[in-house]
Each structure stands twice: as C-alpha cells, then as structure tokens.
Design a binder for this molecule. Structure first.
Ligand SMILES: Nc1ncnc2c1ncn2[C@@H]1O[C@H](COP(=O)(O)OP(=O)(O)O)[C@@H](O)[C@H]1O
Ligand SMILES: [Mg+2]
Length: 360
C-alpha cells in the first residue's frame, strides 16, 4: 500500500513537474519572441531616425524676427500689445492666407518670452493646431484639441485595460499650457468643440469624464485620480487665425479676444520677400525674376514656393542662376493666374500691373 502511494506521489510529482516545466518554457519562449519583436521594432525606429532630409526651404525662409515680416506693421504692433506685459490677452488674427499670420504669432511670442514682465517662461510652448483637422469624432472618444479619455474596454489586455483604469489623453490645450495655442482656421471649429474650448479658456483646465472612473477603485493610480478630480492643466493664451471676416466668427469667441488685422501684401512687399528668400537660399536671380514672381504669387507663401520650384528647375540643369523663364515655366505648370490688378498700398490706389513692362 505504502509502495502504491509512493508511486502515485511520484507520478503526481513528475506530471506536476512536467506541467510547470512546459509552462515555464512556453512563457520563456513567448517572452523571447516578444523581446525579439520589440527589438526589431526598436531597430526599425532607430533606422528611421537616422534618415534625415535637409531642412525644407520653406523652413529656411521662415521669418525669425518681427522685422523680417513685411507689410504687417500695424498688425504686429497690435499683436505685440495684446500679448505684452503681465496680463496677455487672447487674440484673433484676421487676414488672407499666406501673409505672415502664423510667422508673426511665433516670433512675437519668442520676443515676449525674452522680456522681463511677462508670465510666459523662456521655454513657454507655441503649439500650432489646425481647426480643420482637430475635429473630434462624433462620440467624442478622441479629441485632439481638448483631450479625451481612453476607456479600459479599448485598451485590451494592457495593464490599464486589465485593471479597469481609464487613461487620460491630453489634447493640444494641455500641450500649450504656459504658452500659446495657435489655432488656425478657428472659424472652422464645430460648435460643440468651440463651446468646450471657451469653457477651457474660462477654467484654465480640462475636466475629463469617464463612466469607468471610480474613486474607490484601489488600483487607480494617484495621478489618474488627480486628473479626474482636479482636471488637466490648460492655462494658455489663444491666438486664433482666420481668413474669413469678423462677422463669420461667433460672437462668444470675438468678445473674449483682441481682434488684429493683417493685410494683403503689395507687389513691392512680395518682391522684397522673394529677395530675402533668395538671399537665405544663397541663390542668384536674373533681373526680372522677382517681379515675375510678384506678378503671379497671390501672397508671401506662394512667392517663396514659386521661387523654390524655380531654383530646383535651374539646379536640375546645373545652372546657378534662376531665370525668368524658370519662373514662367513654374507658374504655367502650377497654373497660377497672372494678377491683373495689384493694390498698391503705399499710394493707396489700384495700379494695373499688366501695363507695366516687367522683366527688363
Ligand atoms: N508678410 C510676410 N513677410 C515675410 N515673409 C512672409 C510674409 N507672409 C508670408 N511670408 C512667407 O510665407 C511663409 C508662410 O507664411 P505664414 O505665416 O504661414 O502665413 P499665414 O499664416 O498668414 O497663412 C512664411 O514662413 C514666410 O516665408
Ligand atoms: Mg498660417
């Protein structure tokens, strides 16, 4: 009997041993496989990080101080005044596309950060967002502007999912905390999101909600509890930009912001923008090139773009100088329309540039 029990015990021990051995092996193999996959992904990411193109020309041409933004003296003065001092205000910049609204907001903040009497610290962020791509989905599951909550059912077997913990996903307003949120095309923001944004401006924080948040869940990490109880920080100044006229912007936004206006650029200003950009790119241009670009480019951004393409055309043919025919080819290929009339800001009168003999 004793022998029989001993045999049974031995068999149970062997089976249990084999079971645990196999389990351990499987776990080790899974872990090894996971580590391998993880290593491969990390290597892939590393390889991607090592690939670098040169700095895009549009970056090179971007103004780095207020003096380099042409034709917007009044707009820049008003913008600076709104953001200056102890109590900077929210702003809306109105103006046509490509005339320096984004560039101005960026350099004005940079300049103010260096002053002494400002609440913006030296490393205050400038967060650029575009209202047309910041829309939240219809259920508000993801909201890249305001922030959202990743509920545990969407997190699968991760630790948050397993422990039933909702994960806060900060939006652009939180990334802009302590700095400026530059919201392009602010007029395009859907009403619901706009109302949320106005609430954030008022409260200077984002309150998130989730039916999965339960303050008595002991597994709830302290910081998650803190976020749900006290909100995510979102104390920033808003600079909205828009190409539409003030009447098209909701009164609730207008009344909270200082309104600043940027102008269309004159022909002379566009010529000057091309001249500065050519200098920065280190290229020579034939006589008449700048004027030719100014005849077609509706704004500063397009002027730089046309110049950039014309430079590439010349370089493709091993020429070091951009010619008028390079520009003419670019405007033809990109289907730019020649501007028949250009408003001459200086003289305050309309001049018909088609009667000016341009490219001498
Ligand atoms: N007034 C300007 N003075 C100098 N450069 C300008 C001006 N307007 C536009 N540019 C050029 O065009 C680029 C894009 O301008 P941006 O500020 O984005 O225009 P907006 O925000 O009004 O659409 C700038 O980086 C700059 O190279
Ligand atoms: Mg812009």
């Amino acid at each position: 009997m004793g022998e029989f029990t001993a045999i049974i015990q031995l068999m149970v021990t062997v089976i249990a041993g084999m079971y645990f051995y196999t389990r351990l092996r499987t776990e080790r193999e899974t872990e090894k496989q996971f580590k391998n996959e993880y290593k491969q992904e990390a290597e892939k990411l590393n390889r991607l990080r090592h690939i670098r193109l040169s700095e895009p020309m549009t970056e090179l041409a971007r103004p780095s101080s207020c003096d380099e933004i042409l034709g917007q003296e009044n707009g820049i003065r008003a913008l600076r005044a709104a953001l200056w001092g102890k109590n900077p205000q929210h702003v809306i910049i109105y103006g046509p596309p490509g005339v320096g609204k984004t560039a101005a907001a960026r350099v004005v903040l940079d300049e103010i950060k260096k002053s002494t009497d400002t609440p913006f610290s030296k490393d205050a962020p400038f967060v650029e967002a575009d209202a047309t791509v910041m829309r939240c989905d219809e259920h508000g599951f993801t909201d890249p502007l305001i922030g959202s909550v990743h509920d545990p059912i969407y997190q699968g077997s991760g630790s948050f999912g397993q422990n039933g913990i909702p994960q806060p996903m900060p939006g652009a307003v939180t990334r802009a905390h302590g700095g400026v949120l530059f919201l392009d095309e602010i007029g395009e923001l859907p009403n619901e999101q706009l109302n949320k944004l106005l609430k954030v401006l008022e409260d200077r924080r984002v309150m998130l909600e989730s039916s999965y948040y339960n303050s008595s869940n002991t597994k709830m990490p302290v910081y998650i509890r803190d976020v749900f109880e006290n909100g995510l920080p979102a104390d920033f100044r808003l600079i909205g930009a828009t190409t539409v006229s003030p009447e098209k912007i909701p009164e609730a936004v207008r009344s909270r912001c200082v309104e600043v206006f940027f102008d269309e650029l004159s022909r002379q200003e566009i010529i000057e923008i091309v001249r500065t950009a050519a200098l920065r790119f280190g290229v020579f241009t034939d006589p008449g090139v700048k004027e030719c670009i100014a005849d077609y480019a509706p704004n500063g951004r397009d002027a730089v773009k046309i110049l950039q393409s014309a430079i590439n055309l010349a370089r493709m043919e091993n020429r070091h100088k951009v010619s008028v025919s390079d520009v003419q080819w670019v405007v033809m290929a990109s289907r730019y329309k020649r501007k028949e009339n250009t408003y001459a800001k200086d003289g305050g009168k309309i001049i018909d540039i088609s009667i000016i003999k341009p490219y001498n």
